[in-house]
Design a protein around this ligand. Sequence first.
Ligand SMILES: *Cc1c(COP(=O)(O)O)cnc(C)c1O
Length: 389
Amino acid sequence: MPNKKHMDTAAIRGQMERTDYREHSPALYLTSSFTFPSAELMAETFAGEGEGIIYSRYNNPNVDEFISKVCAMEGMEDGFATASGMAAVFASMAALLQSGDHILASRAIFGSTHQILTQVFPKWGITYTYVEPDDIDSWEKHLQPNTKMLLLESPSNPGLALVDLEKAGQFAQKHGLIFNIDNCFASPVLQQPAQYGADLIVHSATKWMDGQGRVLGGIVVGRTELIEPIRFFCRHTGPAMSPFNAWVLSRSLETLSLRMNQHCVNALELASTLEKHSKVNRVRYPFLPSHPQYELAKKQMKAGGGIVTIDLNGGLEAAQAFLNGLKLCSLSSNLGDTRTIVTHPASTTHSKLSAAEQAAVGILPGTVRISVGLEHVGDVIRDLEQALG
Ligand SMILES: *Cc1c(COP(=O)(O)O)cnc(C)c1O
């Protein structure tokens, strides 16, 4: 499209139409339903396959604004916004798969996604096989005649393993799989999987998109023919995003690019500094030359993201002492906030995995995940250094 605007402009100017009050910043439509001037128009709107605004479980101007902005930023045609990231992840699979279908999934996927694959889908006869995210050549032998979807996440949480998106796109196309990717860690600012043939992109908007730890939200965007059944599934099962959250998130998107760029600057400086620290055994960050997939990261990401994962000498004990010593940084399970957040995955977000399963996705007893915030990075590094002792 010749008039396609840059993502930064779309995030700001892709706002909904003004009301008769000519408000500059978009209004909040905190209403569960909408009225009709006549019975005929009401009947017509209901007949129109839900195109018109009827009821906020179906659609709402604030939610539509959020969807259209994310579609523009990801370069996708259509989408549906949900109450949380997990609702989007679940709907992107449950709406399209049937009993007997099989999913090829990266082993390094989000903890609750792992729970869906292992604990929820077996009830409905949907099966999965885990593959190694950094070894696409080994994927083919795990395909089954009933494999329908390729489910990926890159970079992964918290191991920061990357999937080669170009090769993954070719693999999905060759084998006729729906290419579904959780792009939460990179955000559309750093990586646009649609360029590599992704069919569906899911996000936890709770993280970088909100960016200030206020609201939960999720979204799935993709090709129209895949979003249509997802929209039908969501409209009738009810994981709708609240208008208020959509309004907050649409404002947040206006600064996503600015914030992500600074998160990345801070994260790279923090990662480079900690790499030299004697108590830190290893620092994982996609834009550090020591990352095993550094060249790939440079190829498919604009910058390394806001998460730095470190492995402390001294295992669990050292990790807990480090967390307890922090004065500025927060201990919390969230990420993607202006405030730097430090988490110990083995004992919290990933504690449901066995030690072997944890190790397989790069989580050791001494692994600590740092979501680098927007405080002055010098203050954050000083806090981490004093807690390392
Ligand atoms: C947090 C997260 C989710 C889940 O999102 P919620 O908004 O918490 O439901 C999914 N994927 C990734 C990569 C996440 O970090």
